[in-house]
Design a protein around this ligand. Structure first.
Ligand code: NDP
Length: 340
């Protein structure tokens, strides 16, 4: 029911007769408004930490992600079809990915956070994952933050997820030795058999994480791609090699805790002269074109593969989002809203 999604105070209205018309008032905010039909929505861990605020209709992409507006559908990444556009950069029928709403139809005024989809010979849902925000996260975090070199040792936590499965494959393409951890046997098998990790383990079945890491990295870890934080980070720190790099992508084990766990082994950064650097994907979208040039051919040539966990229907979205924090997703969690 897209009509209920329109803010009451808005000057925009929909003519719901045979054709849908979006009338855009002479208001700066709405000059470039578009009516979208949402096809796929993305469930992402960052959404757990998003705050609710009436001031959410803000200008920057970062602010739109940090705040959900109260009494409006929550926002998130998705893939959509343009039904009407007042923005000269997009036309009716275009496919886009970027920030949209958890609803069937969305009116988007902040079109700067939408990318036009030019390549449709891959599954459209990939633009919520490998060809969208998580793909860019893996690319920026691994290549830009970690500066990998051939022969280095790489460890990835939450390795079968939207970001982790790609980091592992990028590491292999770079000639590195890569090991991943995940929370079930099925995921560990995926890491080894589907994504080509050199080794993998189920962290839930390891009573001693330090011993597990020493088993796979007897000479230490050059690059740690951090997705989970907490006890895992503490176990990794003493296993880092001299001049190692830790890309702090996320700390999902902490997102549901009222009190974050303490990290005790930070002194090892000094001893190993290692670098630990957080990063946010928003600051790397200028590399999107370069990223596509690398990833699209790799997908088509079968050099990179991607596993998705697709649930059907908008009504399935909340449970799918919550499921991320219990590890219920196997691969990138996507919600199919409409096939066309
Ligand atoms: P995933 O697809 O990996 O899904 C989350 C996975 O995290 C779950 O499937 C589960 O896998 C694992 N997990 C959940 N709870 C815990 C826990 N308590 N301890 C250990 N593992 C847990 O998510 P994404 O790939 O989308 O995101 C991975 C990380 O990247 C997150 O921390 C996210 O916040 C971060 N991120 C950061 C960005 C940035 O710009 N810095 C952008 C995008 C993501 P399992 O069964 O293996 O435990």
């Amino acid at each position: 029911d897209y009509i209920s999604a329109i803010p009451e105070e808005s000057d925009m209205y929909l003519n719901t007769s045979s054709t849908i018309k979006l009338r855009v008032p002479d208001d700066d905010d709405c000059q470039e408004a578009m009516l979208l039909k949402n096809l796929y929505l993305s469930c992402d861990p960052y959404m757990r930490g998003v705050k609710h605020s009436d001031e959410a209709a803000s200008s920057t992409l970062e602010d739109r992600i940090v705040f959900f507006a109260t009494d409006k559908p929550i926002t998130g990444y998705g893939v959509a079809k343009v039904l009407e556009s007042a923005n000269p950069k997009f036309k009716q029928g275009d496919l886009v990915w970027g920030m949209t709403g958890w609803e069937e139809y969305s009116i988007i005024t902040a079109t700067d956070s939408l990318f036009k989809i030019h390549n449709t010979d891959v599954p459209l849902s990939y633009y919520t994952g490998i060809l969208g925000m998580p793909g860019m996260t893996a690319y920026a975090g691994f290549y830009e933050v970690c500066s990998p070199k051939k022969g280095e040792t790489v460890y990835v936590s939450a390795a079968s997820g939207a970001v982790g499965q790609l980091v592992g494959q990028f590491a292999k393409l770079s000639g590195c030795y890569v090991v991943g951890s995940a929370g079930t046997k099925e995921k560990v098998d995926l890491l080894k058999k589907k994504f080509g990790f050199d080794g993998a383990f189920n962290y839930r079945e390891e009573p001693d994480l330090d011993a597990a890491l020493k088993r796979f990295f007897p000479e230490g870890i050059d690059i740690y791609f951090e997705n989970v934080g907490g006890k895992m980070l503490d176990a990794v720190l003493p296993n880092m090699r001299v001049h190692g790099r830790i890309a702090v992508c996320g700390m999902i084990s902490q997102y549901n805790l009222e009190q974050p766990e303490g990290v005790h082994n930070l002194m090892h950064l000094v001893i190993k002269q290692a670098r630990m650097e957080g990063f946010l994907v928003f600051n790397y979208y200028h590399l999107y074109g370069k990223f596509l040039e690398m990833v699209l051919p790799a997908i088509k040539e079968g050099k990179i593969t991607y596993v998705e966990d697709v649930v059907e229907g908008l009504e399935s979205a909340p449970a799918a989002l919550i499921g991320l924090f219990a590890g219920r997703n196997v691969g990138k969690q996507v919600v199919l809203v409409s096939r066309e």
